[in-house]
Design a protein around this ligand. Sequence first.
Ligand code: AMP
Length: 205
Amino acid sequence: MRIVLLGPPGSGKGTQAIRLAKQLGIPQLSTGDMLRAAVSAGTSIGAKAKAIMERGELVPDELVVAIVAERISRPDAKYGFILDGFPRTIVQAAALDDILRAAGLRLDSVLELDVDEAALLGRILNRAKDATANGHARADDTEAALRVRLEEYGRQTKPLADYYREQGILKSVDGLQPIDKVASSLLEAIHTQGEGVRYAASSSP
Ligand code: AMP
């Protein structure tokens, strides 16, 4: 199963991607994690990406597309994967379609976490404060970078919802439910045919 998980910073996308990957037995592929690993390892990709990431901007498409193309060609991704943080632009989405098409494959589902974006800045600033207190802060957890990350999402990544809606594979899930409910709604969305449906856990007490 080949899945893309879309959602703005602070939507809980990373947490849900990890859970879903475990449940489905497929790898979670986070381009943010891959790029941070490249920065830590001091590779040439890391050197190109470091300052851009610290500002909260998007790394150039060709660089990220090359990383993903290599990663999804590995044996552990043969039977599927969850992409977390990729694609983030229409150019990346079209490149992913091309890569998969060339291998006779396609995406099965694109899941969008639907959240109130107005509330996100406060939520991610609090999370960043906690991370700083625990010594786990990311270099792009500053208020300035977080504002840029949200702005980049709205401008470059949000249009992907329409791109995938037109392909008939977009499923939207209410991301403001409790974590377990979001997780069950995502599973329900994956296993249900049909588009344009908003998934909320149906078994609420
Ligand atoms: P994330 O961990 O997904 O929040 O990503 C952290 C940062 O890595 C982003 O703010 C971007 O600078 C960079 N990044 C991650 N994925 C992508 C992508 N698909 N395209 C461009 N930049 C990305």
